[in-house]
Design a protein around this ligand. Structure first.
Ligand code: SF4
Length: 197
């Protein structure tokens, strides 16, 4: 398949959750809207209003478009706090912090873009979880940066391979996945088991 010039950063989140989900959502454009996704979209409304505000320590920019030519990704920061030379991206999420690091990778990808675009170091960001009303700090460590770049390479490799990835082995994720009615992991497994026996 033809590779995109830039991969939208938000799809990294899907990729790390499940490669098959990434494929369905990005390649096939399937977006089964469940209650959780709808709530997430509504919650994003305020943060998604573009604009700049002055605050005591500097300024806040909402809905900032970012990109990286080196990594071939683009997207938006919900909010960027700027104090002197320091930039701090903030991402808004529905629910509470999950058990996986997909949100951190998505935020780190934004930080890598900001660094490339501004030449300024971006060492720390924050994720605000609406349901738990918690703001967690995310340090952009070398390890997280490496994981983020590996996820981007993996996304392009999957697109280049051009085949629907298998179901995730971490089946607990399927219960919370909006793609489940299309993906049918249980039914597929039953069919494969029947074929083998
Ligand atoms: S239902 Fe499970 S295997 Fe299918 S896309 Fe969702 S998480 Fe992946």
């Amino acid at each position: 398949m033809e590779l995109p010039d830039y991969l939208p950063i938000s799809y990294l989140n899907q990729l790390l959750y499940c490669e098959r989900r990434f494929w369905y959502m990005y390649v096939l454009g399937e977006l089964a809207v469940n209650a959780a996704l709808l709530e997430g979209a509504l919650r994003h409304e305020h943060a998604d209003q573009p604009g700049t505000e002055r605050i005591e320590e500097g300024r806040v920019v909402r809905r900032l478009a970012v990109f990286s030519d080196r990594l071939r990704i683009n997207g938006f920061c919900d909010l960027v706090e700027e104090a002197g030379d320091v930039l701090r991206p903030v991402e808004y999420k529905r629910g509470k912090q999950g058990r996986w690091d997909n949100d951190q990778v998505q935020l780190c990808a934004q930080a890598l873009c900001l660094e490339e675009q501004t030449g300024r170091p971006t060492l720390l960001g924050e994720i605000y979880y609406y349901r738990s009303r918690r703001r967690i700090e995310v340090l952009f460590t070398q390890e997280l940066r490496a994981r983020t770049e590996a996820a981007i390479r993996r996304a392009y490799a999957l697109l280049e391979a051009g085949a629907l990835p298998p179901h995730t082995r971490q089946r607990a994720r399927c219960g919370e996945c909006s793609i489940e009615p299309i993906c049918l992991p249980k039914e597929t497994e039953q069919l494969l088991t029947a074929e083998r026996s």
